[in-house]
Design a protein around this ligand. Sequence first.
Ligand code: ACO
Length: 322
Amino acid sequence: MTYARIIGTGSYLPEKVMTNEELATFVDTSDAWIRERSGIGQRHIAAEGETTVDLAEHASRRAIEAAGLQPEDIDLIVMATTTPDQVFPSSACLLQARLGNVGSPAFDIQAVCSGFVYALSVADQFVRNGSAKRALVIGAETFTRILNWEDRTTCVLFGDGAGAVVLEASEEQGILSTHLHADGRYSECLHVPPGVSQGYQAVLEGRAWVEMKGSEVFRMAVAKMGEVVEEALEANGLNREELDWLIPHQANIRIIKATARKLHMSMDKVVLTVEHHGNTSAASIPLALDAAVRDGRVQRGQLLMLEAFGGGFTWGSALLRY
Ligand code: ACO
């Protein structure tokens, strides 16, 4: 049986760090409020002119290097982003041109904060059915570009960054399952209302910002992130005690703790980066995975549960043997 196995991880955060204290100099908020409600202490902000593809390129090169490969060894690029550089071509194509592995398929996935799990699932199908041997899967965002810095209920929560993994076809166990879901009826709970098909006027008027019904997002996120873990464990005949690490989307420490409590999982088994990164949308899971791989917490052979929830609503899991 062929599996898609992670053979390299990489990530990148923009240099500029914005602490809560700095944010509070121009937004009516405080370090104490942000920490208590979200667990966030700081976020990284892309420099002027620095784009999602710039961040993705750094993360991808690091993942490819960690895999011991060259860019030309990659035969599929799937990139999750909500903040693409251009309307078209896709950010995956722009990235491909920089990496130089022309000819392989390259495309974007848009599932907001669940984007990386969606992208991983798609790439997994390509690898398992033999259409690709080595896939580059990226989650990258310059999410702070779509924030209204006058809306304290949203702007304090998000940050910029990118994470990537290289998957390789292997007889050894890798991704064991992915489960994806969406419920478009909730689209207005978390959205950026204008889009190009409505014409550019709304964008030019400066209304292309994230709007969020925070308490509804919170409630649904906890419910669905719990369900999706149970679904994956049941499909694989596993108990939650067998999981070595839960690597959740880093939206908010309260969502993560509530999910862990629901699953009776110790927080010692949960990888957390939300304090330092904020919510980086599609980048948050591969950023957290790379951090835990590089500091030695995640070891070969361990069982990892990746799970996400985001705008759409979308949600999903990926269970894998690292
Ligand atoms: N600083 C200070 N005060 C604030 C801020 C702020 N940044 N934002 C809101 N407040 C105030 C409100 O105005 C309100 O004041 P009031 O009582 O005088 O009206 C008070 O704080 C409480 O506001 P609530 O919205 O009730 O606060 P709550 O405890 O629900 O926390 C939060 C808000 C953090 C947004 C919470 O609802 C949440 O975590 N929701 C999930 C949202 C999320 O994580 N979204 C990320 C995208 S989705 C995803 O990635 C899963």
